[in-house]
Write a protein that binds this ligand. Sequence first.
Ligand SMILES: NC(=O)c1ccc[n+]([C@@H]2O[C@H](COP(=O)([O-])OP(=O)(O)OC[C@H]3O[C@@H](n4cnc5c(N)ncnc54)[C@H](OP(=O)(O)O)[C@@H]3O)[C@@H](O)[C@H]2O)c1
Length: 306
Amino acid sequence: MQAVTVRDREAGLAGLALADLPYPHMAENDVVVRVHAAGFTPGELDWPATWTDRAGRDRTPSVPGHEFSGVVEELGFGTTGVSVGQRVFGMADWTRNGSLAEYVAVEARNIAPLPADIDHTLAAALPISGLTAWQGLFDHGRLGTGQTVLIHGAGGGVGSIAVQLAREAGARVIGTGRSADRDRALALGVDTFLDLGTEKLEDAGQADVVFDVIGGDILDRSAALVRAGGTLVTIAMPPNVRPEDGRAVFFVVEPDRARLADLVRRVRDGRIKPVVGSVRPLAEAPAAFTPATRTPGKAIIRVTEG
Ligand SMILES: NC(=O)c1ccc[n+]([C@@H]2O[C@H](COP(=O)([O-])OP(=O)(O)OC[C@H]3O[C@@H](n4cnc5c(N)ncnc54)[C@H](OP(=O)(O)O)[C@@H]3O)[C@@H](O)[C@H]2O)c1
């Protein structure tokens, strides 16, 4: 099968190449999915899990990309809830070959059925951004109706879905980002937008939950914006500075079939809309990682038409 691979950690983005790999090995509780569309995270070549398996052994050549939409090709022993030929979408394991390939083997519990009227391109943009936004706001942030949430990177993949979910939950939303993100963030539903390039973060006011996707200095300074009893949630890096009277949480998104099903129902009902930035064929996936070619929203790789 055709797949995008990396073999040499030192090579960086230049090491991404299209290659011919064997059909994936299917373990117990796995399904093999024929990938129609796949997403990736630009920074994933820096993750240790891209290079080693769970036991820390070299697993190159490895296939990046950890979210996808496609059709079930084959079922392994012990799988439940999906059938051969079914449209599905979901997440691939961090320490196994990913979704920038014609086929991917994943645990059945990491995928959910995809309704017939949702396009694979849109569905591939949902798993990681949607689950991360939900888990950050509600599981870790414990955001409630009537509370205020400050969402950094409100025009990006995770931030744009977090804004829509928070609005629907009845929260007041302050979004941040670059000046170019302002109109998109307002259209998604932020009550106010703060341009991190020209405005002072400290002027954003206090929030019950601060959701950080940027890290560094922005994350450090965000701790002071958390109201007493509130939470600083970050997906970028473990925080160095904690709120004086509140919690700080760094987490890594977890697969969740039931939540995926809920999120795709919301897409179908027009309640949330993943932002797709660009759509390219598999052969152009290596170029799609390059920062200079990126457009706002998720970069989606269309692997198979139909
Ligand atoms: N821990 C987890 O489970 C988890 C899950 C998903 C994602 N992540 C990580 O979270 C981060 C965000 O993911 P994403 O998919 O939302 O990325 P994304 O689509 O690139 O969104 C990030 C947004 O923040 C903006 N931004 C970044 N730095 C900024 C700055 N200094 N000032 C103003 N705006 C800034 C970006 O603008 P520009 O595009 O203009 O820079 C973009 O709009 C990535 O590092 C990703 O690897 C972690």
